[in-house]
Design a protein around this ligand. Structure first.
Ligand code: GLN
Ligand code: ZN
Length: 762
């Protein structure tokens, strides 16, 4: 009989209960007991949601991050947070956020802030984890309290518990050494604690433990492959059964290694790694369980249940009891419940499945495999009907858009002249000083702006009053920028809630959920828009706002757009066509906007590609293909303009070394980047590549309320000028200013403008 199980459940709650509980606790408005109580309630509800599964994950709940939880379980907390007052949870938040709660104000002198742990993206998802820190001296020490408590809770609730932990090799691979020592040397020490942990779980009567090793879907060198063998030969002695779980991609040449590690079962992502399945069935020793992740845990579409059964049913007899099925990965990366959606278009809703619906799909598949398709024929028929409707829907397919994409040729992506010729024409037209100053787009999103937007969205404010309110904000930011003496102005983005949602709402082919939240980090959640159909732009999206802003000033006003790659990477995307096609459709839609702005007299247009690097595939071998269509999409969108029109792009913090050729191929006249925290070292990549166009290296960190001094900015720009010829440098902050207060922005920008004057005088 086929076993059905789940790898992990979204922990924040259908109504983001955990987010609100955390934030209230951090503000000191509620007690630790109250927070713990919310955690327990959420776990209880989520286990109930998973009823009917043969094995249910326990330990996937975390107050902030599952990797940080693992660090605490392994006793690996940074030296700097030891020795404070408070308990383990206080220390946990100290690592996560640099401080615990305001309760420690009583301990202001002894327990003040510490540097938070570094945060980075969890594989190719938009989830961020706290990076484990190592030194040569790192010792590990088991603290299984959290896991044991959750296990006891689960048992008391009659849950068929399968504890979930991160495997030792992935844990090591994701961490960073702080002293340049060799982290692999820590493996023996680490394994002793893992053995103790597994023995502790065995003593609780646990049969199966899910041990996550997603690092197996990336390229591993011989040392890391060896680490896998060492680790699992050591853990073999433990008295629990190990289900080694991989996800997010294909095992490819790690398949043999994964199949032959001495564990009791292997879970693979059968959606992204479909091609692994047949070879693995042949490779897998006959005693091992093979768990197939057949339901996509990364998107929000209904699964084609009949298609899954068509390929599972011939496999099932071969594997017998050894066949398990599950979602492809933890459901952490999808929203909780489609049923919460009240406003989503009914037709589109009928094509979707969030976490709870995905678990329903799993139950149907399990039943079909155990008792035959007939017992679930109603469910299968409904599923087929929904998928057929989606395939045929005119909401999804727009022949005009498909035809436009098919017609795209090389001319779309090429400017009329090379950069040097364009630059000369632009300089003659715009007459900007040396070291021109500008900002990245947004100005503070004040309480008044948010209030007006909420009133408007709730229907309590009419179009005209809303437009007036936003125009007043635009006028304010233009006034402030003129007073500051900036050279190239922006309108301030007051009318935008979010740089992707704002465009998605105006494009055809996009839908929005009310509660489709996905955890990004800690208490922060994002609500990715749903790209469901061919993309078109019925009417201009930004032109009126920019025209209005331009009408208020003689200075050049930058048009401000989000680029196709970023829109794509921050959305739930279609599973019925390649991402490259969706991206090109977006590129054509934004291109129309670029050309409309140009027609309206806007001579500088910035197209943000904040998430370009984020979209890189997990395996380097696939980078080239991604970069090729991503860069082409940007070029299609940006390069239809005349020589005199200056195209800017902006990227948030990125490593540029390994993608600099692609960045140069975008051929933007100006790129602004986040550099201040790297002390301009990020420019080395541009320097050694002889990057030919203009660059605005960010001169101050907008994430911090600190006001940069004029001297510091001058120094940074002098460092920049050592790498990039001064005549190709701009001066700007690291990123948009929407999260800051005007009281911080004004002195900071005023120092920035003063710095530019100093530099010009030299
Ligand atoms: N133009 C956007 C802003 O200023 C860019 C934001 C970003 O890069 N994340 O807010
Ligand atoms: Zn940015």
């Amino acid at each position: 009989m086929t076993t059905i199980h789940n790898l992990g459940f979204p922990r924040v709650g259908a109504k983001r209960e955990l987010k609100f509980a955390l934030e209230s606790y951090w503000k000191g408005e509620s007690s630790q007991d109250a927070l713990k109580e919310i955690g327990a309630q959420l776990r209880k509800r989520h286990w109930a949601n998973q009823a009917g599964l043969d094995l249910v994950p326990v330990g996937d709940f975390a107050f902030y991050d599952q990797v940080l939880d693992m660090s605490f379980t392994l006793g690996n907390l940074p030296e700097r947070v030891r020795g404070f007052h408070g308990d383990a949870l206080d220390n946990y938040f100290r690592v996560a956020r640099g401080r615990s709660t305001q309760r420690t104000e009583a301990h202001a002198s002894c327990c003040s802030g510490v540097a938070a742990g570094e945060m980075t993206k969890w594989f190719d998802t938009n989830y961020h984890y706290i990076v484990p820190e190592f030194t040569a001296a790192t010792e590990f020490k088991l603290d299984a309290t959290r896991l044991l408590e959750q296990l006891a809770e689960a048992k008391a609730q009659g849950v068929k518990a399968k504890p979930v932990i991160i495997g030792p090799v992935t844990y090591l691979a994701l961490g960073k050494t702080k002293d340049h020592s060799d982290k692999q040397a820590l493996l023996p020490r680490l394994l002793r604690v893992y053995s103790a942990l597994l023995d502790t779980l065995a003593a609780q009567g646990v049969e199966w433990v899910q041990i996550d090793e997603p690092i197996l879907v990336t390229e591993l060198d011989a040392n890391w492959q060896h680490a896998f063998n060492t680790a699992y030969h050591e853990l073999k002695a433990c008295k629990v059964k190990l289900l080694l779980a991989t996800y997010f991609g294909q095992l490819k040449d790690n398949g043999y290694l994964a199949a032959n590690l001495p564990v009791d079962g292997l879970h693979i992502d059968a959606v992204n790694g479909h091609e692994d399945v047949q070879p693995l069935i042949n490779l897998l020793p006959p005693h091992k369980v093979l768990s197939l992740g057949v339901i996509n845990g990364r998107n929000i579409w209904k699964t084609d249940l009949s298609a899954v059964l068509d390929w599972l049913q011939p496999i099932a007899p071969r594997l017998g009891e050894r066949l398990w099925i599950a979602p492809s990965c933890s459901l952490l990366h999808v929203p909780v419940d489609l049923e919460s959606e009240q406003k989503l278009d009914a037709e589109i809703k009928s094509w979707l499945a969030f976490a709870l619906q995905k678990l329903d799909e799993l139950r149907v598949l399990g039943k079909a495999l155990r008792e035959g398709r007939d017992v679930v024929k109603t469910e299968l028929a409904a599923n087929q009907a929904a998928l057929a409707a989606r395939r045929a829907s005119s909401r999804v397919h727009n022949p005009a858009v498909k035809a436009a994409v098919a017609k795209v040729d090389a001319t779309h992506g090429h400017r009329n002249s090379v950069y040097t010729e364009r630059a000369a024409k632009q300089a003659a037209l715009m007459k900007l000083p040396a070291y021109p100053t500008t900002t990245i787009g947004s100005f503070p999103q004040t309480a008044e702006i948010r209030h007006a937007r909420n009133e408007y969205k709730a229907g309590r404010m009419d179009d005209a009053s809303y437009r007036k309110a936003m125009q007043a904000e635009i006028a304010r930011s233009v006034r402030e920028q003129e007073a500051l003496g900036l050279d190239v102005l922006v309108h301030g983005e007051a009318e935008r809630n979010d740089m992707v949602e704002y465009f998605g709402e105006q494009l055809q082919g996009y839908a929005f959920s009310q509660f489709g939240w996905v955890q990004s980090y800690g208490s922060r959640c994002v609500k990715p828009p749903i790209l469901f159909g061919d993309i078109s732009r019925p009417t201009p999206m930004t032109v009126e706002w920019i025209k209005y802003a331009q009408s208020l000033t003689e200075k050049p006003m930058k048009g401000m757009l989000t680029g196709p790659v970023t829109i794509l990477n921050w959305s739930f995307v279609r599973d019925d066509q390649p991402r490259s096609i969706s991206c090109k459709q977006l590129a054509l839609a934004i291109r129309d906007e670029v050309l409309d702005l140009e027609r309206a007299g806007v001579r500088i247009i910035q197209i943000d590609e904040a998430a370009l690097r984020e979209g890189l595939p997990l395996r380097r071998a696939q980078w080239k293909e991604y970069l090729s269509w991503a860069i082409e999409s940007f070029r299609i969108c940006a390069n239809g303009v005349e020589d005199e029109t200056q195209i800017h792009t902006h990227m948030c913090y990125s490593e540029f070394n390994d993608i600099i050729a692609s960045i140069a191929a975008m051929d933007a006249d100006v790129i602004t980047i986040e550099t201040s925290r790297s002390d301009m070292e990020l420019l080395d990549a541009f320097d050694s590549f002889n990057y030919p166009n203009e660059i605005g290296p960010g001169v101050y960190d907008i994430h911090s309320p600190n006001v940069p001094t004029q001297e510091h900015i001058v120094q940074l720009m002098q460092k920049a000028a050592k790498r990039i010829p001064a005549e190709r440098l701009w001066i700007n902050p690291d990123c948009g200013l929407k999260t800051r207060q005007w009281a911080e922005v004004i002195p900071a920008l005023s120092n920035m403008v003063a710095a530019a004057k100093t530099l010009r005088a030299e």
